[in-house]
Design a protein around this ligand. Sequence first.
Ligand SMILES: Nc1ncnc2c1ncn2[C@@H]1O[C@H](COP(=O)(O)OP(=O)(O)OP(=O)(O)O)[C@@H](O)[C@H]1O
Length: 683
Amino acid sequence: MAAGRLDVSWRRGGGGGYFDELRRGGDRGVVRKNGYHSSTRVRSFDFKSGFNCRDEERHCGELWQFNAFGDSPRYEEGEISGNEDGVQLPLEKKRRFSPVVWDAEEKEARISLKNRVFQRSSTQGLNVVSDEDVVKSSFKGGLELVVDEDRVDGGSVDGIESEYPAPQSASLPPKKDGGYGQEQDQVEEEELPNARNIAMSRWASDDDSPRDTTLVDDEGMHGEIVCRTNSIEREGCQREVSDRDRSSSPQSDERGYSISFTSEHELQNDAMDVDDIGDENVSVNDMEQTDGWIDEPTTTIQRGINMLEGCRSVFKYERLNEINEGTYGKVYKARDKKTGEFVALKKVKMDVGRDRYLEEYGFPLTSLREINILMSFDHPSIVKVKEVVMGDLDSVFMVMEYMEHDLKGVTQAMKQPFSTSEVKCLMLQLLEGVKYLHDNWVLHRDLKTSNLLLNNKGELKVCDFGMSRQYSSPLKPYTSLVVTLWYRAPELLLGAKQYSTAVDMWSVGCIMAEMLTKEPLFTGKGEIDHLDKIFKTLGTPNETTWPGLSKLPGAKANFVKQPHNQLRKKFPFTPFTGSPVLSDLGFDLLNKLLTYDPEKRITADDALNHPWFHEVPLPKSKESMPTFPPQYAKKRHNRRAMKCLDSWRSSEGRQYQVLSGMYWYISSSGIYSLLYNDPLPTL
Ligand SMILES: Nc1ncnc2c1ncn2[C@@H]1O[C@H](COP(=O)(O)OP(=O)(O)OP(=O)(O)O)[C@@H](O)[C@H]1O
């Protein structure tokens, strides 16, 4: 898996401003601004290791490094300590949360020498690294070297040794009060799992600086040197490219490194014709001015050796259509320019309202959670995040495997609900995914049909981990404002602050019912209304059916009184209507998922072993699951498509057309739309 790291830097002083910047790895210290002393702190979010957060701070040009969150790399430790949602995990449980990468076999140590950062890796070579994906930046930086202790004999690095002797061992930044003792050393080692693909990413610097394309080069080195600089003045270790050297044609130096620069503000102007639309993937690069993914980076440096993947640039991908826009980010379909693979790119929304992490560190907590969890998980029922990439304007994108549909879109568009055997196939996959989450101490907390992705291979994958969090035993208080209302468990609706995996299982119950009937089970307009709807269907709970109910904050409200469970009525025995029949065993499972008392609610593990899955009709295999027409594109203002269709329409004189399985039509407002499962127009 490709890896990435984000450095979030924020600066104080130097003009009284307090502003955050997102930077890829390599952004290091502006020390002075307007004559004032200014310190820059860089917090590194290491997406490869799950969540490894470390701070570096510059004071008067000196680099101080310290751990942001205490004693060891751990999941969201900063957020965990002392906030409302806080969970302090017992050690063994931390370990059990295995997907967050703990094994730091390839440990690295950072050594600060003057303004330079050496990074040591026990397994990585000493490589000259450059970046294929340099994103424009206005940073004036220092120098970062990555040095392999195994390969660098006695700390000798060609061309570097004289002035910056390579370290024999991990030395420490200048010791400050309460700073780096031996203990800190140890922590530092532990806190730095291999970040070879991350730490080496770097920024081009100021556009107006000829040094933004400075490369450091050392022929004979077998390892890796990363220079983040606009001020490298190293003999024998420097290749400086001046402004006039910039050209749009690639160059090759005698060592075989290819150095190329694209022209300033060169836009990707791929011509498109009607056929492009027919290709289903409507490229919208040149019309939708979505910040962060408009221009190609102005400078590209390519070198042919030891290319390490840092936080790559979003320009590695060609943006196709927008798939959807959720609360926390827009999701686009895109194509990897190199491999042609389709991916989904979720742009991290930076304006998510009040978010302590956003305010403090420049990155929203919801996205950190999501990225951390998704990058560390590996399960067929959990959507895979391939990498995190950066766009212009400090935008960040998560690159996910592309899934053609989500369950919500599919159920809404279907004429008939899924058959029982299809529901079983989907339920098994969903339960496997949920079991995996719960086994790894993660609550999803927002399971709903729009967060279940489907592809045309019959696979179901859980996505959207923005609300998810790690839990522990004994439970700590969490916020009860989780889970979209219709799928929200009654204990949450009644204000429980302590809850566990059962909240997800309730959502699974709601989803199961919706798959069977094609309609959401409970559709309250507000919390009280929603509870009323639940109680009308399942009967009003009491202390007998749900011990502890009366202690919940919302339990005293005057709810509808309904003594009986009416759920069965929602699944009438209608063998001739074509609707799936919910057998007694199926009903038993549904009832167990929709049990009021969270303690008695069935677990994912037990649900997977429920006999309903063993009775006929047996679950369909994934391969025999139905495929669905392409998801309709929500984006309605696709000007390029409009243009193409316009000409096409005038030549054909038709109002509707089907192109590559998509139904295009012209709405009353004259806007072209893509319709999913629209009845075929008479042509
Ligand atoms: N990997 C993917 N492949 C295809 N479509 C996806 C993918 N991930 C997300 N989507 C689409 O984008 C929608 C929104 O994604 P997601 O739920 O992750 O965003 P969000 O901002 O967290 O949304 P929400 O408002 O539900 O919290 C999904 O419902 C789905 O339709």
